[in-house]
Design a protein around this ligand. Structure first.
Ligand SMILES: Cc1ncc(COP(=O)(O)O)c(C=O)c1O
Length: 379
C-alpha cells in the first residue's frame, strides 16, 4: 500500500478529538461522573424563530436541490447589514463576502489561497490548534508569534517576511480582547512582512465588562490586507449548523469562492434561510447569551480567586495551574476536565483553558471540584 501523502503526515494530532477521547476514557472508569469543562461547545440552542425558519424552508420542495454555490444574495446582504449596524463597517455584499460551511473551513482555506508550498504562515502562541492544521495542509512553514501578557503580539519575534498572519480577538484560549492599537499594528506589519492577514472573529460578540465588539474591518486599511472570519456558532448558538462568513478583501473573497466552487457545492439552502432569520430577526438573544457567559465568567473567577486567571471575552477562562498540578491529575483524581494549555502552543505550558459553555449546575459542580483539588479558599 502507498504511504500517506506528506501533507497528512504533517498534521498535528487533532487536539480536541484527542481531548474528547481522554475525557471519554476517564468517564468510562468507575467513579463520580466526569465534569467536562474542557470543551467549548455552546450549550444554549439558537433562538426559536431560527429553528422555525429552518423547518419552514426544509418543508418546501424547492430547497433540496443544489443551492447557488456562492450562497443566496439575501444572506450576504444580511451579514453586511449586521456588520454595518453592530460593528460600523460598510461592505459590498457582492464582492466582499464569502459564505463558509463554518469558519473552521475558512481557517484551512485561507492558507490554501494565500500560501504556496514552503511559504511561511505566522500564528499566535497560544492560539487555536486548528491554525496549525491549516499550515500543515498548505505544506507551509510555521512561525510562532508569542502573545504578551495583555494579548499583544511580541512583534520583535515576527519573521521579516511571511505569506499569511493569523490573529484572533477575543482570543481562544487566552480570552483577551484586542488591546488598543493592535489592529493598526497588524495592518502595518502585514505591509512590512508582505503578508495577508486573517482575523478570526469567532467570539466577536462575546466581550465582557462593558467592552464593545471590535471588528478588525473597522480599522482603516484592514480590507486591503486581509479577511475577517465571522461565525454563527457562538453569537447564535448554531455550532452544529456549520455556517460562517469570510469578509473583507475582494481578491481573497474571490479566491475562496473559487476554491469552494471546486471543493464544495454550496450550503443547504434551509440553513442559509435560517441564517437570514438569525441575522435579521430579533437580536436580544445575542446579548442574553453574552450576559450569560459573563455571569458564568464572574462565578468562575470568584471560585478560582487566588489563581492567576482571566477572561475579557470569548467563553473561556485562561488560568495558570499551581506548580505540580496537571490537567491529567485533575481528570483522573478529581473527575474534572479542563484543556491543557500546552496544546495551544509552548507559551501555554503551565496554563489551562476552562470552558464556560457548560450548563450552570455542572459548571458550579466543576468549579467546586477544582477549588477542592487546588485547595483554594472559599471564593
Ligand atoms: C478561535 C476559533 N476559531 C474558529 C472556530 C470555528 O468555529 P466554527 O467553525 O464553528 O465557525 C472556533 C471554534 O471553536 C474557535 O474557537
Amino acid at each position: 500500500m502507498r504511504s500517506r501523502p506528506h501533507r497528512l503526515e504533517r498534521l498535528p494530532e487533532q487536539y480536541f478529538t484527542a481531548l474528547l477521547a481522554r475525557v471519554a476514557s476517564a468517564a468510562a472508569e468507575d467513579g463520580e461522573p466526569v465534569i467536562d469543562l474542557g470543551r467549548g461547545n455552546p450549550d444554549v440552542p439558537p433562538p426559536p424563530h431560527v429553528i422555525e425558519a429552518l423547518a419552514r424552508a426544509a418543508g418546501r420542495s424547492d430547497t433540496h436541490g443544489y443551492a447557488p454555490f456562492a450562497g443566496i444574495a439575501s444572506l450576504k446582504e444580511a451579514i453586511v447589514e449586521r456588520y454595518r449596524t453592530v460593528y460600523g463597517v460598510d461592505l459590498d455584499p457582492a464582492r466582499e463576502v464569502a459564505l463558509l460551511p463554518g469558519s473552521k473551513t475558512g481557517l484551512i482555506e485561507f492558507a490554501q489561497v494565500t500560501t504556496e508550498r514552503g511559504g511561511t504562515i505566522v500564528l499566535p502562541d497560544p492560539g487555536y490548534p486548528d491554525y496549525r492544521s491549516a499550515v500543515a495542509l498548505a505544506a507551509a512553514e510555521l512561525a510562532l508569534l508569542p502573545l504578551l501578557g495583555d494579548g499583544r503580539p511580541d512583534w520583535d519575534a515576527a519573521p521579516k517576511e511571511a505569506d499569511a498572519l493569523y490573529l484572533n480577538y477575543p482570543s481562544n484560549p487566552a480570552a483577551v480582547c484586542a488591546p488598543p492599537g493592535v489592529f493598526a499594528e497588524m495592518i502595518e506589519r502585514a505591509h512590512s512582512m508582505d503578508a495577508w492577514v486573517l482575523h478570526d472573529f469567532a467570539y466577536g460578540d462575546l466581550v465582557f465588562d462593558g467592552r464593545r465588539p471590535q471588528s478588525f474591518l473597522a480599522e482603516d486599511g484592514a480590507r486591503e490586507v486581509g479577511l475577517e472570519l465571522f461565525s454563527m456558532s457562538k453569537s447564535y448558538g448554531m455550532a452544529g449548523w456549520r455556517l460562517g462568513f469570510a469578509l473583507g478583501n475582494a481578491e481573497l473573497v474571490a479566491r475562496i469562492e473559487d476554491l469552494q466552487n471546486h471543493a464544495f457545492a454550496g450550503i443547504f439552502r434551509p440553513v442559509q434561510e435560517a441564517g437570514v432569520a438569525a441575522l435579521t430577526g430579533p437580536q436580544e438573544t445575542v446579548e442574553e447569551r453574552r450576559a450569560l457567559y459573563e455571569a458564568r465568567r464572574d462565578r468562575a473567577l470568584a471560585a478560582l480567586a487566588g489563581l492567576e486567571a482571566r477572561s475579557e471575552g470569548s467563553f473561556f477562562v485562561w488560568l495558570r495551574l499551581p506548580d505540580g498540578v496537571t490537567c491529567e491529575r485533575l481528570l483522573e483524581e478529581h473527575r474534572v476536565a479542563i484543556a491543557p494549555g500546552e496544546g495551544f502552543g509552548a507559551t501555554g505550558r503551565g496554563w489551562a483553558r476552562l470552558s464556560l459553555a457548560t450548563p450552570d449546575e455542572r459548571l458550579d459542580e466543576g468549579l467546586e471540584r477544582l477549588r477542592a483539588a487546588l485547595e483554594l479558599e472559599s471564593g
